[in-house]
Design a protein around this ligand. Sequence first.
Ligand code: HEM
Ligand code: SF4
Length: 586
Amino acid sequence: MTRANERHNVDRSQDITQPLDKLHDNERIKAESNYLRGRLHESLAERITGTVLGDDHQLTKFFGTYVQDDRDLRDERRRKMLEPAYEFMIRVRMPAGVCRPEQWRALDELACTRANGTLRLTTRQTFQFHGVLKRDLVATMQGIHDTLLDTLAACGDDNRGVMATPVPEFSATHAAVYPIAKQVSDRLLPRTRAFHEIFLNEQPVYEGHKEGPAVEEEPLYGRTYLPRKFKIGFAIPPVNDVDVFTQDIGFIAIAGADGTLQGFNVAVGGGMGRTDNDTRTYPRLGDVLGFIEPETAADVAEAIVAIQRDFGNRVDRKLARMKYTIDRHGLAWFVDELQERLGWDLAPARHYAFETSQDRYGWTQNADGTWNYTLFVENGRVKDTDDRPMMTGLREIAKVHQGDLRVTPNQNLIVARIPEDRVGEIQALLESHGIVAATEQSTVRRHAMACVAFPTCGMAMAESERYFPAFMTRIEAMLEEVGLGDAPIVMRMTGCNNGCARPYVAEVGFSGRAPGHYNLYLGGGYFGERLAKPYLDNADEATILAHLRPMLAAYAEEREHGEPFGDFLIRKGYVAKVAHGLDFNA
Ligand code: HEM
Ligand code: SF4
Protein backbone atom coordinates (compact mmCIF):
# COMPACT_ATOMS: atom_id res chain seq x y z
CA MET A 1 0.00 0.00 0.00
CA THR A 2 1.26 3.46 -0.81
CA ARG A 3 1.28 6.29 1.69
CA ALA A 4 -1.70 7.66 -0.20
CA ASN A 5 -3.95 5.59 2.01
CA GLU A 6 -2.38 6.43 5.30
CA ARG A 7 -4.26 9.67 5.82
CA HIS A 8 -7.55 7.93 5.32
CA ASN A 9 -10.96 9.06 6.45
CA VAL A 10 -10.05 12.69 6.71
CA ASP A 11 -13.09 14.84 7.20
CA ARG A 12 -11.49 18.01 6.01
CA SER A 13 -8.67 19.13 3.85
CA GLN A 14 -5.35 19.01 5.67
CA ASP A 15 -4.34 22.29 4.11
CA ILE A 16 -3.97 24.53 7.16
CA THR A 17 -4.36 27.66 5.06
CA GLN A 18 -8.08 26.95 4.78
CA PRO A 19 -10.30 28.40 7.51
CA LEU A 20 -12.45 25.51 8.72
CA ASP A 21 -15.34 27.79 9.63
CA LYS A 22 -15.54 28.98 6.04
CA LEU A 23 -15.68 25.57 4.38
CA HIS A 24 -18.07 25.43 1.45
CA ASP A 25 -21.51 24.18 2.39
CA ASN A 26 -21.03 21.13 0.15
CA GLU A 27 -18.36 19.98 2.63
CA ARG A 28 -20.97 19.95 5.39
CA ILE A 29 -23.43 18.13 3.13
CA LYS A 30 -20.88 15.42 2.35
CA ALA A 31 -19.71 15.13 5.97
CA GLU A 32 -23.28 14.80 7.27
CA SER A 33 -24.50 12.49 4.52
CA ASN A 34 -23.62 9.14 6.11
CA TYR A 35 -21.39 8.29 3.20
CA LEU A 36 -23.70 9.79 0.59
CA ARG A 37 -26.97 8.35 1.86
CA GLY A 38 -28.52 11.64 2.96
CA ARG A 39 -32.29 11.39 2.82
CA LEU A 40 -32.31 9.84 -0.62
CA HIS A 41 -34.55 6.97 0.37
CA GLU A 42 -37.21 9.46 1.45
CA SER A 43 -36.50 11.81 -1.40
CA LEU A 44 -37.08 9.17 -4.02
CA ALA A 45 -40.20 7.82 -2.37
CA GLU A 46 -41.75 11.29 -1.99
CA ARG A 47 -44.44 11.65 -4.67
CA ILE A 48 -45.42 15.32 -4.23
CA THR A 49 -42.47 16.68 -6.16
CA GLY A 50 -40.57 15.51 -9.22
CA THR A 51 -37.24 16.43 -7.66
CA VAL A 52 -35.29 15.41 -4.55
CA LEU A 53 -35.13 17.11 -1.16
CA GLY A 54 -32.64 19.83 -0.14
CA ASP A 55 -29.09 18.56 0.25
CA ASP A 56 -29.86 15.41 -1.72
CA HIS A 57 -29.38 17.43 -4.91
CA GLN A 58 -25.66 17.33 -4.29
CA LEU A 59 -25.63 13.67 -3.32
CA THR A 60 -27.36 12.24 -6.41
CA LYS A 61 -24.41 13.47 -8.46
CA PHE A 62 -22.13 10.93 -6.81
CA PHE A 63 -24.41 8.27 -8.29
CA GLY A 64 -24.23 9.72 -11.78
CA THR A 65 -27.50 11.58 -11.86
CA TYR A 66 -28.47 15.25 -11.84
CA VAL A 67 -31.90 16.78 -11.37
CA GLN A 68 -32.65 19.00 -14.33
CA ASP A 69 -35.74 20.70 -15.65
CA ASP A 70 -36.94 21.20 -19.19
CA ARG A 71 -35.91 24.81 -19.73
CA ASP A 72 -38.09 25.13 -22.82
CA LEU A 73 -41.08 24.71 -20.50
CA ARG A 74 -39.83 26.77 -17.57
CA ASP A 75 -41.66 30.04 -18.28
CA GLU A 76 -44.91 28.39 -19.24
CA ARG A 77 -44.90 26.25 -16.09
CA ARG A 78 -44.09 29.26 -13.94
CA ARG A 79 -47.04 31.14 -15.43
CA LYS A 80 -49.27 28.18 -14.62
CA MET A 81 -47.88 28.11 -11.06
CA LEU A 82 -46.54 24.59 -11.61
CA GLU A 83 -43.19 23.37 -10.37
CA PRO A 84 -40.56 23.14 -13.12
CA ALA A 85 -40.77 20.05 -15.37
CA TYR A 86 -38.21 18.11 -13.38
CA GLU A 87 -36.40 15.23 -14.99
CA PHE A 88 -33.15 13.41 -14.35
CA MET A 89 -30.05 13.11 -16.45
CA ILE A 90 -28.28 9.79 -15.88
CA ARG A 91 -24.65 9.26 -16.87
CA VAL A 92 -23.23 5.75 -17.20
CA ARG A 93 -19.73 4.86 -16.00
CA MET A 94 -18.02 3.09 -18.85
CA PRO A 95 -14.22 3.16 -18.57
CA ALA A 96 -12.51 3.83 -21.90
CA GLY A 97 -15.89 3.98 -23.68
CA VAL A 98 -16.04 0.27 -24.55
CA CYS A 99 -19.32 -1.67 -24.43
CA ARG A 100 -20.62 -4.91 -25.83
CA PRO A 101 -23.48 -5.09 -28.35
CA GLU A 102 -25.88 -6.58 -25.79
CA GLN A 103 -25.14 -3.69 -23.45
CA TRP A 104 -25.85 -1.26 -26.26
CA ARG A 105 -29.20 -2.98 -26.90
CA ALA A 106 -30.14 -2.78 -23.22
CA LEU A 107 -29.20 0.90 -22.97
CA ASP A 108 -31.07 1.62 -26.18
CA GLU A 109 -34.17 0.00 -24.75
CA LEU A 110 -33.90 2.01 -21.52
CA ALA A 111 -33.54 5.20 -23.57
CA CYS A 112 -36.73 4.36 -25.44
CA THR A 113 -38.80 3.20 -22.47
CA ARG A 114 -37.60 5.37 -19.58
CA ALA A 115 -35.86 8.39 -21.11
CA ASN A 116 -36.46 10.73 -24.05
CA GLY A 117 -35.80 8.19 -26.81
CA THR A 118 -32.27 9.37 -27.55
CA LEU A 119 -28.83 8.32 -26.36
CA ARG A 120 -26.23 10.99 -25.86
CA LEU A 121 -22.61 9.99 -26.46
CA THR A 122 -20.52 12.26 -24.28
CA THR A 123 -17.15 13.96 -24.61
CA ARG A 124 -15.92 11.63 -21.86
CA GLN A 125 -16.79 8.45 -23.76
CA THR A 126 -19.98 7.40 -22.11
CA PHE A 127 -23.77 7.55 -22.43
CA GLN A 128 -26.17 10.00 -20.94
CA PHE A 129 -29.89 9.52 -20.69
CA HIS A 130 -32.03 12.62 -20.62
CA GLY A 131 -35.60 13.14 -19.49
CA VAL A 132 -35.89 10.33 -16.91
CA LEU A 133 -38.75 11.01 -14.49
CA LYS A 134 -38.24 10.53 -10.78
CA ARG A 135 -40.67 7.64 -10.67
CA ASP A 136 -38.51 5.81 -13.25
CA LEU A 137 -35.14 6.67 -11.75
CA VAL A 138 -34.61 3.57 -9.62
CA ALA A 139 -35.83 1.22 -12.34
CA THR A 140 -33.53 2.87 -14.87
CA MET A 141 -30.55 2.58 -12.54
CA GLN A 142 -31.39 -1.08 -12.01
CA GLY A 143 -31.70 -1.58 -15.74
CA ILE A 144 -28.24 -0.12 -16.26
CA HIS A 145 -26.87 -2.31 -13.48
CA ASP A 146 -28.43 -5.38 -15.10
CA THR A 147 -26.27 -4.72 -18.16
CA LEU A 148 -23.20 -4.99 -15.90
CA LEU A 149 -22.62 -1.27 -16.15
CA ASP A 150 -23.29 1.32 -13.46
CA THR A 151 -23.42 5.04 -12.86
CA LEU A 152 -21.24 5.19 -9.76
CA ALA A 153 -19.11 8.34 -9.51
CA ALA A 154 -20.12 9.45 -13.00
CA CYS A 155 -20.65 12.92 -11.49
CA GLY A 156 -19.81 14.32 -8.02
CA ASP A 157 -16.66 15.14 -6.06
CA ASP A 158 -14.81 11.97 -6.93
CA ASN A 159 -12.88 10.42 -9.77
CA ARG A 160 -15.14 10.46 -12.82
CA GLY A 161 -15.21 8.01 -15.70
CA VAL A 162 -11.69 7.14 -16.84
CA MET A 163 -11.07 7.81 -20.53
CA ALA A 164 -8.72 6.04 -22.93
CA THR A 165 -7.97 6.28 -26.63
CA PRO A 166 -10.34 3.70 -28.16
CA VAL A 167 -8.65 3.33 -31.58
CA PRO A 168 -8.88 -0.41 -32.34
CA GLU A 169 -6.04 -0.36 -34.87
CA PHE A 170 -3.63 0.22 -31.99
CA SER A 171 -4.62 -3.23 -30.84
CA ALA A 172 -1.42 -4.23 -29.04
CA THR A 173 -1.19 -0.99 -27.07
CA HIS A 174 -4.94 -0.75 -26.56
CA ALA A 175 -5.07 -4.29 -25.21
CA ALA A 176 -2.53 -3.28 -22.57
CA VAL A 177 -3.90 0.20 -21.79
CA TYR A 178 -7.60 -0.69 -21.53
CA PRO A 179 -7.30 -3.01 -18.49
CA ILE A 180 -5.10 -0.43 -16.76
CA ALA A 181 -7.72 2.28 -17.36
CA LYS A 182 -10.31 -0.06 -15.84
CA GLN A 183 -8.04 -0.87 -12.93
CA VAL A 184 -7.52 2.82 -12.18
CA SER A 185 -11.27 3.41 -12.43
CA ASP A 186 -11.96 0.54 -9.99
CA ARG A 187 -9.25 1.57 -7.56
CA LEU A 188 -10.66 5.07 -7.27
CA LEU A 189 -14.32 4.12 -6.89
CA PRO A 190 -16.05 5.20 -3.70
CA ARG A 191 -16.51 2.21 -1.38
CA THR A 192 -19.80 3.28 0.24
CA ARG A 193 -22.65 0.83 -0.25
CA ALA A 194 -25.08 3.77 -0.43
CA PHE A 195 -25.63 3.32 -4.17
CA HIS A 196 -26.51 -0.34 -3.77
CA GLU A 197 -28.89 0.35 -0.90
CA ILE A 198 -30.66 3.26 -2.51
CA PHE A 199 -30.92 2.02 -6.07
CA LEU A 200 -30.47 -1.74 -5.90
CA ASN A 201 -32.42 -2.57 -2.73
CA GLU A 202 -29.39 -3.92 -0.91
CA GLN A 203 -29.78 -4.28 2.88
CA PRO A 204 -28.29 -1.29 4.69
CA VAL A 205 -24.82 -1.89 6.10
CA TYR A 206 -24.52 1.47 7.75
CA GLU A 207 -27.26 2.97 9.83
CA GLY A 208 -25.10 5.31 11.89
CA HIS A 209 -26.00 8.89 12.63
CA LYS A 210 -23.81 11.73 11.60
CA GLU A 211 -22.10 11.71 15.00
CA GLY A 212 -22.19 7.94 15.29
CA PRO A 213 -19.33 5.55 14.78
CA ALA A 214 -18.73 4.66 11.18
CA VAL A 215 -19.10 1.00 10.40
CA GLU A 216 -18.23 1.82 6.86
CA GLU A 217 -15.07 3.41 5.60
CA GLU A 218 -13.96 5.26 2.54
CA PRO A 219 -10.28 4.37 2.74
CA LEU A 220 -9.26 6.82 0.07
CA TYR A 221 -11.90 9.52 0.09
CA GLY A 222 -12.94 9.84 3.73
CA ARG A 223 -16.30 11.33 4.66
CA THR A 224 -15.88 14.44 2.57
CA TYR A 225 -14.65 12.87 -0.66
CA LEU A 226 -12.73 15.25 -2.92
CA PRO A 227 -12.97 19.04 -2.93
CA ARG A 228 -14.24 18.85 -6.51
CA LYS A 229 -14.55 16.52 -9.49
CA PHE A 230 -11.47 14.64 -10.69
CA LYS A 231 -10.71 13.41 -14.21
CA ILE A 232 -8.26 10.93 -15.67
CA GLY A 233 -7.48 10.02 -19.25
CA PHE A 234 -5.09 7.67 -21.08
CA ALA A 235 -3.85 8.74 -24.51
CA ILE A 236 -2.15 6.51 -27.04
CA PRO A 237 0.10 8.66 -29.28
CA PRO A 238 -0.05 9.80 -32.00
CA VAL A 239 -3.76 10.32 -31.22
CA ASN A 240 -4.66 12.74 -28.44
CA ASP A 241 -8.39 12.18 -28.76
CA VAL A 242 -8.81 12.13 -24.97
CA ASP A 243 -7.30 15.63 -24.76
CA VAL A 244 -4.88 14.21 -22.25
CA PHE A 245 -3.67 17.65 -21.10
CA THR A 246 -7.17 18.68 -20.02
CA GLN A 247 -7.33 15.87 -17.45
CA ASP A 248 -6.40 16.17 -13.76
CA ILE A 249 -4.15 13.19 -14.51
CA GLY A 250 -3.17 12.39 -18.06
CA PHE A 251 -1.36 9.13 -18.80
CA ILE A 252 0.47 9.18 -22.13
CA ALA A 253 1.19 5.63 -23.28
CA ILE A 254 4.76 4.99 -24.37
CA ALA A 255 4.93 1.97 -26.65
CA GLY A 256 7.73 0.15 -28.43
CA ALA A 257 7.85 -0.16 -32.22
CA ASP A 258 5.73 -3.33 -32.05
CA GLY A 259 3.10 -1.60 -29.91
CA THR A 260 4.20 -3.21 -26.63
CA LEU A 261 3.37 -0.92 -23.75
CA GLN A 262 6.47 0.24 -21.87
CA GLY A 263 4.82 2.64 -19.48
CA PHE A 264 3.33 6.10 -19.25
CA ASN A 265 4.39 9.69 -19.06
CA VAL A 266 2.27 11.26 -16.33
CA ALA A 267 0.81 14.76 -16.72
CA VAL A 268 -1.04 16.56 -13.92
CA GLY A 269 -3.11 19.68 -13.48
CA GLY A 270 -5.36 19.94 -16.52
CA GLY A 271 -8.88 21.29 -16.29
CA MET A 272 -11.26 23.28 -18.47
CA GLY A 273 -13.78 24.98 -16.19
CA ARG A 274 -13.56 28.73 -15.56
CA THR A 275 -15.96 31.44 -14.52
CA ASP A 276 -16.71 34.46 -16.67
CA ASN A 277 -15.50 37.73 -15.14
CA ASP A 278 -13.49 35.95 -12.46
CA THR A 279 -9.86 36.13 -13.53
CA ARG A 280 -8.76 33.96 -10.62
CA THR A 281 -10.19 31.09 -12.67
CA TYR A 282 -8.69 29.76 -15.89
CA PRO A 283 -8.46 26.63 -18.01
CA ARG A 284 -5.13 24.90 -17.62
CA LEU A 285 -3.23 22.16 -19.43
CA GLY A 286 -1.40 19.46 -17.55
CA ASP A 287 2.37 19.42 -16.94
CA VAL A 288 4.30 16.26 -17.76
CA LEU A 289 6.07 15.08 -14.59
CA GLY A 290 7.91 11.97 -15.67
CA PHE A 291 7.67 8.33 -16.72
CA ILE A 292 6.25 5.38 -14.78
CA GLU A 293 6.00 1.60 -15.29
CA PRO A 294 2.58 0.30 -16.38
CA GLU A 295 1.94 -1.68 -13.19
CA THR A 296 2.35 1.42 -11.01
CA ALA A 297 -0.37 3.48 -12.74
CA ALA A 298 -3.08 2.78 -10.16
CA ASP A 299 -0.74 3.55 -7.24
CA VAL A 300 0.33 6.79 -8.88
CA ALA A 301 -3.27 7.77 -9.60
CA GLU A 302 -4.28 7.02 -6.02
CA ALA A 303 -1.39 9.01 -4.56
CA ILE A 304 -2.20 12.01 -6.75
CA VAL A 305 -5.89 11.86 -5.82
CA ALA A 306 -4.85 11.73 -2.15
CA ILE A 307 -2.73 14.88 -2.53
CA GLN A 308 -5.70 16.70 -3.99
CA ARG A 309 -7.92 15.28 -1.23
CA ASP A 310 -5.58 16.68 1.41
CA PHE A 311 -4.60 20.00 -0.15
CA GLY A 312 -7.43 20.98 -2.51
CA ASN A 313 -9.41 24.12 -1.71
CA ARG A 314 -12.59 23.24 0.19
CA VAL A 315 -13.62 26.84 0.82
CA ASP A 316 -14.18 28.10 -2.72
CA ARG A 317 -15.43 25.53 -5.21
CA LYS A 318 -14.45 27.80 -8.10
CA LEU A 319 -10.82 27.30 -7.06
CA ALA A 320 -11.07 23.70 -5.95
CA ARG A 321 -9.82 21.71 -8.94
CA MET A 322 -6.34 20.24 -8.67
CA LYS A 323 -4.98 22.69 -11.26
CA TYR A 324 -5.31 25.47 -8.66
CA THR A 325 -3.82 23.32 -5.90
CA ILE A 326 -0.75 22.85 -8.10
CA ASP A 327 -0.43 26.52 -8.99
CA ARG A 328 -0.90 27.54 -5.35
CA HIS A 329 1.83 25.24 -4.03
CA GLY A 330 4.07 24.99 -7.11
CA LEU A 331 4.84 22.06 -9.38
CA ALA A 332 8.12 21.25 -7.57
CA TRP A 333 6.23 20.90 -4.27
CA PHE A 334 3.71 18.65 -5.98
CA VAL A 335 6.38 16.35 -7.39
CA ASP A 336 8.09 16.11 -3.98
CA GLU A 337 4.81 15.34 -2.26
CA LEU A 338 3.98 12.67 -4.84
CA GLN A 339 7.36 11.00 -4.69
CA GLU A 340 7.31 11.02 -0.92
CA ARG A 341 3.91 9.32 -0.86
CA LEU A 342 5.00 6.77 -3.45
CA GLY A 343 8.35 6.11 -1.79
CA TRP A 344 10.09 6.20 -5.17
CA ASP A 345 10.94 8.74 -7.85
CA LEU A 346 9.46 9.08 -11.30
CA ALA A 347 11.85 8.45 -14.19
CA PRO A 348 12.49 11.24 -16.73
CA ALA A 349 9.65 11.64 -19.23
CA ARG A 350 10.10 9.68 -22.48
CA HIS A 351 9.71 11.02 -26.00
CA TYR A 352 6.23 11.00 -27.54
CA ALA A 353 4.57 12.85 -30.40
CA PHE A 354 0.90 13.62 -30.96
CA GLU A 355 -0.40 14.38 -34.44
CA THR A 356 -4.14 14.72 -34.07
CA SER A 357 -6.99 14.77 -31.58
CA GLN A 358 -9.48 13.57 -34.17
CA ASP A 359 -11.15 10.30 -35.08
CA ARG A 360 -10.43 8.44 -38.32
CA TYR A 361 -13.80 7.99 -39.97
CA GLY A 362 -15.03 5.14 -42.10
CA TRP A 363 -13.42 1.72 -42.47
CA THR A 364 -10.08 0.75 -40.94
CA GLN A 365 -8.49 -2.67 -40.55
CA ASN A 366 -6.79 -4.16 -37.50
CA ALA A 367 -3.63 -6.23 -37.44
CA ASP A 368 -5.70 -9.38 -36.79
CA GLY A 369 -7.70 -8.82 -39.98
CA THR A 370 -10.91 -7.59 -38.31
CA TRP A 371 -12.47 -4.30 -39.38
CA ASN A 372 -13.82 -1.16 -37.70
CA TYR A 373 -16.28 1.47 -38.86
CA THR A 374 -16.05 4.88 -37.17
CA LEU A 375 -19.24 6.81 -37.65
CA PHE A 376 -19.88 10.50 -37.15
CA VAL A 377 -22.57 11.25 -34.59
CA GLU A 378 -23.23 14.97 -34.75
CA ASN A 379 -22.68 16.36 -31.24
CA GLY A 380 -23.04 12.85 -29.87
CA ARG A 381 -26.83 12.66 -30.14
CA VAL A 382 -27.97 9.21 -31.30
CA LYS A 383 -31.55 9.53 -32.50
CA ASP A 384 -33.83 8.71 -35.38
CA THR A 385 -34.73 11.37 -37.90
CA ASP A 386 -36.82 10.83 -41.05
CA ASP A 387 -33.84 10.61 -43.38
CA ARG A 388 -31.38 9.17 -40.84
CA PRO A 389 -32.78 6.50 -38.51
CA MET A 390 -29.41 6.16 -36.78
CA MET A 391 -30.75 4.86 -33.50
CA THR A 392 -32.67 2.09 -35.23
CA GLY A 393 -29.67 1.31 -37.42
CA LEU A 394 -27.34 0.94 -34.47
CA ARG A 395 -29.90 -1.26 -32.73
CA GLU A 396 -29.96 -3.52 -35.78
CA ILE A 397 -26.17 -3.56 -35.89
CA ALA A 398 -26.00 -4.37 -32.16
CA LYS A 399 -28.22 -7.40 -32.86
CA VAL A 400 -25.73 -8.98 -35.25
CA HIS A 401 -22.37 -7.45 -34.32
CA GLN A 402 -19.82 -9.77 -32.71
CA GLY A 403 -17.10 -7.31 -31.73
CA ASP A 404 -17.55 -4.31 -29.45
CA LEU A 405 -18.76 -0.71 -29.64
CA ARG A 406 -16.55 2.17 -28.57
CA VAL A 407 -17.59 5.70 -27.76
CA THR A 408 -14.86 8.10 -28.80
CA PRO A 409 -13.84 11.24 -26.88
CA ASN A 410 -15.10 13.20 -29.88
CA GLN A 411 -18.67 11.97 -29.22
CA ASN A 412 -18.53 9.48 -32.08
CA LEU A 413 -18.88 5.72 -32.23
CA ILE A 414 -16.66 2.92 -33.48
CA VAL A 415 -18.26 -0.38 -34.46
CA ALA A 416 -15.09 -2.26 -33.66
CA ARG A 417 -13.55 -5.63 -34.46
CA ILE A 418 -15.95 -6.78 -37.16
CA PRO A 419 -14.87 -10.14 -38.62
CA GLU A 420 -14.01 -9.92 -42.32
CA ASP A 421 -16.98 -12.09 -43.34
CA ARG A 422 -19.50 -9.80 -41.57
CA VAL A 423 -18.29 -6.52 -43.09
CA GLY A 424 -20.81 -6.66 -45.96
CA GLU A 425 -23.72 -7.17 -43.60
CA ILE A 426 -22.70 -4.26 -41.34
CA GLN A 427 -22.01 -2.02 -44.34
CA ALA A 428 -25.52 -2.72 -45.67
CA LEU A 429 -27.06 -1.75 -42.32
CA LEU A 430 -24.94 1.40 -42.11
CA GLU A 431 -26.06 2.41 -45.59
CA SER A 432 -29.72 1.58 -45.28
CA HIS A 433 -30.04 3.63 -42.08
CA GLY A 434 -28.34 6.74 -43.45
CA ILE A 435 -25.30 6.30 -41.21
CA VAL A 436 -22.77 6.31 -44.04
CA ALA A 437 -24.36 9.48 -45.43
CA ALA A 438 -24.29 11.03 -41.94
CA THR A 439 -20.59 10.25 -41.70
CA GLU A 440 -19.70 11.71 -45.08
CA GLN A 441 -19.67 15.35 -43.97
CA SER A 442 -17.15 18.16 -44.21
CA THR A 443 -14.01 17.75 -42.13
CA VAL A 444 -14.70 20.92 -40.13
CA ARG A 445 -18.11 19.58 -39.11
CA ARG A 446 -16.70 16.16 -38.25
CA HIS A 447 -14.02 17.78 -36.10
CA ALA A 448 -16.58 19.89 -34.23
CA MET A 449 -18.10 19.24 -30.81
CA ALA A 450 -20.86 20.89 -28.84
CA CYS A 451 -22.07 20.25 -25.31
CA VAL A 452 -25.71 19.55 -24.47
CA ALA A 453 -26.80 22.96 -23.07
CA PHE A 454 -30.53 23.71 -23.70
CA PRO A 455 -33.05 22.39 -22.95
CA THR A 456 -31.70 20.09 -20.22
CA CYS A 457 -28.59 21.65 -18.71
CA GLY A 458 -29.37 24.00 -15.86
CA MET A 459 -26.11 25.87 -16.37
CA ALA A 460 -26.65 26.76 -20.03
CA MET A 461 -26.72 30.43 -20.90
CA ALA A 462 -26.90 29.95 -24.67
CA GLU A 463 -27.78 27.16 -27.09
CA SER A 464 -25.05 24.73 -28.06
CA GLU A 465 -26.04 21.25 -29.37
CA ARG A 466 -29.23 22.58 -31.00
CA TYR A 467 -27.53 25.57 -32.64
CA PHE A 468 -24.05 24.39 -33.59
CA PRO A 469 -25.07 22.37 -36.68
CA ALA A 470 -26.61 25.50 -38.26
CA PHE A 471 -23.54 27.55 -37.31
CA MET A 472 -21.31 24.94 -38.93
CA THR A 473 -23.32 25.27 -42.13
CA ARG A 474 -22.39 28.97 -42.21
CA ILE A 475 -18.76 28.10 -41.52
CA GLU A 476 -18.76 25.52 -44.32
CA ALA A 477 -20.09 28.16 -46.72
CA MET A 478 -17.44 30.62 -45.58
CA LEU A 479 -14.65 28.08 -46.03
CA GLU A 480 -15.87 27.48 -49.58
CA GLU A 481 -16.00 31.22 -50.28
CA VAL A 482 -12.47 31.91 -49.14
CA GLY A 483 -11.13 28.86 -50.95
CA LEU A 484 -10.40 26.69 -47.92
CA GLY A 485 -12.76 23.92 -48.97
CA ASP A 486 -12.41 21.02 -46.60
CA ALA A 487 -10.00 22.56 -44.07
CA PRO A 488 -9.57 20.47 -40.90
CA ILE A 489 -10.10 23.29 -38.37
CA VAL A 490 -11.12 22.24 -34.83
CA MET A 491 -14.15 24.19 -33.55
CA ARG A 492 -16.01 23.53 -30.31
CA MET A 493 -18.94 25.17 -28.57
CA THR A 494 -20.39 25.07 -25.06
CA GLY A 495 -23.49 26.72 -23.65
CA CYS A 496 -21.65 28.22 -20.68
CA ASN A 497 -18.20 28.82 -19.23
CA ASN A 498 -17.91 25.34 -17.72
CA GLY A 499 -16.40 24.06 -20.94
CA CYS A 500 -17.82 20.51 -21.10
CA ALA A 501 -16.89 20.11 -24.79
CA ARG A 502 -13.34 21.40 -24.11
CA PRO A 503 -13.64 24.63 -26.16
CA TYR A 504 -10.58 26.16 -24.50
CA VAL A 505 -8.25 23.77 -26.32
CA ALA A 506 -9.98 24.14 -29.70
CA GLU A 507 -8.47 26.20 -32.51
CA VAL A 508 -11.77 28.11 -32.49
CA GLY A 509 -13.82 27.84 -29.29
CA PHE A 510 -17.10 29.33 -28.14
CA SER A 511 -18.74 29.52 -24.73
CA GLY A 512 -22.27 30.84 -24.23
CA ARG A 513 -22.83 34.12 -22.36
CA ALA A 514 -26.48 34.91 -23.10
CA PRO A 515 -29.06 33.76 -25.63
CA GLY A 516 -27.41 34.09 -29.05
CA HIS A 517 -24.17 35.46 -27.56
CA TYR A 518 -20.84 33.74 -27.13
CA ASN A 519 -17.28 34.36 -26.09
CA LEU A 520 -14.86 33.48 -28.88
CA TYR A 521 -11.47 31.87 -28.13
CA LEU A 522 -8.77 31.47 -30.78
CA GLY A 523 -5.41 29.83 -31.26
CA GLY A 524 -5.70 26.50 -29.47
CA GLY A 525 -3.42 23.69 -30.62
CA TYR A 526 -4.63 21.33 -33.37
CA PHE A 527 -3.98 18.27 -31.25
CA GLY A 528 -4.80 19.76 -27.87
CA GLU A 529 -1.27 20.87 -27.01
CA ARG A 530 -2.05 24.57 -26.43
CA LEU A 531 -4.87 26.61 -24.90
CA ALA A 532 -6.80 29.13 -26.95
CA LYS A 533 -6.93 32.83 -25.98
CA PRO A 534 -10.09 34.88 -25.33
CA TYR A 535 -10.73 37.03 -28.40
CA LEU A 536 -14.34 38.30 -28.32
CA ASP A 537 -16.62 38.72 -25.35
CA ASN A 538 -20.38 38.20 -25.50
CA ALA A 539 -20.62 38.49 -29.29
CA ASP A 540 -23.52 37.60 -31.58
CA GLU A 541 -23.25 35.40 -34.67
CA ALA A 542 -22.86 38.26 -37.14
CA THR A 543 -19.99 39.77 -35.14
CA ILE A 544 -18.28 36.42 -34.77
CA LEU A 545 -18.51 35.63 -38.49
CA ALA A 546 -17.33 39.15 -39.38
CA HIS A 547 -14.18 38.56 -37.33
CA LEU A 548 -13.55 35.02 -38.53
CA ARG A 549 -13.94 35.75 -42.25
CA PRO A 550 -10.78 37.84 -42.79
CA MET A 551 -8.77 35.41 -40.68
CA LEU A 552 -9.95 32.45 -42.75
CA ALA A 553 -9.30 34.38 -45.98
CA ALA A 554 -5.76 35.17 -44.80
CA TYR A 555 -5.27 31.52 -43.81
CA ALA A 556 -6.29 30.45 -47.32
CA GLU A 557 -3.71 32.77 -48.85
CA GLU A 558 -0.82 32.81 -46.43
CA ARG A 559 -0.65 29.53 -44.54
CA GLU A 560 2.45 27.46 -44.67
CA HIS A 561 2.29 23.88 -45.82
CA GLY A 562 0.49 21.80 -43.18
CA GLU A 563 0.19 24.74 -40.80
CA PRO A 564 -2.85 24.36 -38.52
CA PHE A 565 -5.24 27.32 -38.22
CA GLY A 566 -4.48 27.83 -34.50
CA ASP A 567 -0.73 28.05 -35.18
CA PHE A 568 -1.36 30.42 -38.11
CA LEU A 569 -3.43 32.80 -35.95
CA ILE A 570 -0.55 33.08 -33.51
CA ARG A 571 2.17 33.43 -36.14
CA LYS A 572 0.23 36.25 -37.79
CA GLY A 573 -0.39 38.00 -34.48
CA TYR A 574 -4.20 37.70 -34.39
CA VAL A 575 -3.93 36.31 -30.87
CA ALA A 576 -1.16 35.85 -28.34
CA LYS A 577 0.10 32.36 -27.61
CA VAL A 578 -1.09 30.99 -24.28
CA ALA A 579 1.87 29.10 -22.83
CA HIS A 580 0.27 28.42 -19.43
CA GLY A 581 -3.22 28.63 -17.96
CA LEU A 582 -2.09 31.65 -15.97
CA ASP A 583 -1.63 33.53 -19.29
CA PHE A 584 -5.21 32.84 -20.38
CA ASN A 585 -6.71 35.97 -18.81
CA ALA A 586 -3.59 38.13 -19.10
C1 HEM B 1 -16.96 23.26 -14.03
C2 HEM B 1 -18.16 22.99 -13.84
C3 HEM B 1 -19.02 22.03 -14.63
C4 HEM B 1 -20.30 21.79 -14.31
C5 HEM B 1 -21.09 22.40 -13.16
C6 HEM B 1 -20.79 20.85 -15.28
C7 HEM B 1 -22.09 20.39 -15.30
C8 HEM B 1 -22.59 19.60 -16.29
C9 HEM B 1 -23.96 19.25 -16.45
C10 HEM B 1 -25.10 19.67 -15.57
C11 HEM B 1 -24.04 18.45 -17.52
C12 HEM B 1 -25.28 17.79 -18.06
C13 HEM B 1 -25.79 18.50 -19.25
C14 HEM B 1 -26.93 17.76 -19.82
O1 HEM B 1 -26.74 16.59 -20.14
O2 HEM B 1 -28.02 18.33 -19.95
C15 HEM B 1 -22.74 18.31 -18.05
C16 HEM B 1 -22.42 17.55 -19.14
C17 HEM B 1 -21.14 17.13 -19.40
N1 HEM B 1 -20.01 17.64 -18.87
FE1 HEM B 1 -19.92 19.08 -17.51
N2 HEM B 1 -19.81 20.51 -16.13
C18 HEM B 1 -18.71 21.21 -15.79
C19 HEM B 1 -17.49 21.16 -16.43
C20 HEM B 1 -17.13 20.14 -17.29
C21 HEM B 1 -15.84 20.00 -17.91
C22 HEM B 1 -14.70 20.96 -17.73
C23 HEM B 1 -15.89 18.87 -18.67
C24 HEM B 1 -14.81 18.21 -19.52
C25 HEM B 1 -13.83 18.82 -20.07
C26 HEM B 1 -17.20 18.32 -18.53
C27 HEM B 1 -17.65 17.19 -19.15
C28 HEM B 1 -18.96 16.94 -19.37
C29 HEM B 1 -19.44 15.92 -20.24
C30 HEM B 1 -18.62 14.88 -20.95
C31 HEM B 1 -20.82 16.04 -20.26
C32 HEM B 1 -21.77 15.17 -21.04
C33 HEM B 1 -22.40 15.80 -22.18
C34 HEM B 1 -21.52 16.15 -23.32
O3 HEM B 1 -20.73 15.33 -23.81
O4 HEM B 1 -21.66 17.30 -23.80
N3 HEM B 1 -17.93 19.11 -17.69
N4 HEM B 1 -21.86 19.01 -17.28
S1 SF4 C 1 -20.72 23.60 -20.80
FE1 SF4 C 1 -22.25 24.49 -19.52
S2 SF4 C 1 -24.08 24.42 -20.80
FE2 SF4 C 1 -22.67 22.95 -21.64
S3 SF4 C 1 -23.23 20.98 -20.67
FE3 SF4 C 1 -21.52 21.91 -19.51
S4 SF4 C 1 -22.52 23.00 -17.88
FE4 SF4 C 1 -24.09 22.63 -19.43
